[in-house]
Ligand binder design. Sequence first.
Ligand SMILES: [Zn+2]
Length: 268
Amino acid sequence: MKELEKFSSLLEKMNAFKKGKTENIIKIGRKNTFHIIISDKLTNMSKSQKEEVERKIVNFLNLAMKCPFFSISKFKERFTNLKIVFDNSEKSISCYNARSSKDNELHISNNMSLEHELFHISSDKKSDEVVNVGFAYKNNTQSLGFGINEGYTEYLNEKYFEHHMPGYYDYFMLVAKKVSDLFGEDVINNIYFNGSIYDLINIIAEKSSLEMAKQFINDMDEAVEAYYDFAKSDNKERYQQYFNKITAAYGFIDRLEKNISNNGSLKK
Ligand SMILES: [Zn+2]
């Protein structure tokens, strides 16, 4: 009997380890305020759908804590002001609309990875004047970093959850992975969670030139725009444009990687 007790406590520890470090495990009980925050937001859902979404969010938090610079307290703060809309229709996709610091919306569908969107929420810097989510940046005059942002978000999703949807953002993710390998996950995560696209442009420019760094971010943005158009309309021309831009971006980061290992940079 003693052996059986030992075995079951070992099994518990093993399971806890698999889910995350034992001391970090978040338990969401009925009386926990965070549970109430999640539960209250999930309207127009059945009880089992609610439980599934709650389970996913708790699982996300337990695993995301392993990710450098991820902040659970910031996540809670952002989540508290979030409006959640559930859409179970066949063509719906999950998405996060960052608008101003107050009226952000998360759309949940069954067809897309919720974790990807939770990374967007976690990396929203919450500014009233501009949109600054991960590497995506938008103010009254410009909008940039959306392509590399989707790639890096999907890379984190793949790395921590292995939920990557094959085909979706595949090449964007490969480019983003190279950026992370080149500069280090800590540096890139710190920018993604706490900085802005300008910090990313600057570190790439240090190893190449400001012009090349801007061109790279721009190619990624044009690639993602063309990709969305293609996905919506099946327009072959837009697919070709997406392909050309993503290939240019990948080519640049690949050359940068080779030059850094040879002589330190792409500088002439
Ligand atoms: Zn996204």
